[in-house]
Design a protein around this ligand. Structure first.
Ligand SMILES: [Zn+2]
Length: 65
């Protein structure tokens, strides 16, 4: 049995997920880049408190960075 179960490809994908999760998004209500991932599939605007249900690791609305 091999010690490492996860190859380079999987690790690369996890890196991308981390990148997507740390991105900020423009809030569709207050137009400020304050949307942060609250938990899987739920995003919240830190400024106006708007909560959005979207994809688990990225948002379908436009990312700003
Ligand atoms: Zn907002």
């Amino acid at each position: 049995m091999r010690v490492t179960r996860y190859g380079v490809g999987v690790r690369k994908r996890i890196d991308e997920i981390h990148k997507l999760r740390s991105q900020k998004y423009l809030c569709p209500r207050c137009k400020k880049p304050a949307i942060k991932r609250l938990y899987s599939g739920v995003w919240k605007c830190k400024r106006c408190g708007l909560e959005i249900a979207d994809n688990a690791y990225s948002m379908s609305i436009k990312a700003i960075n």
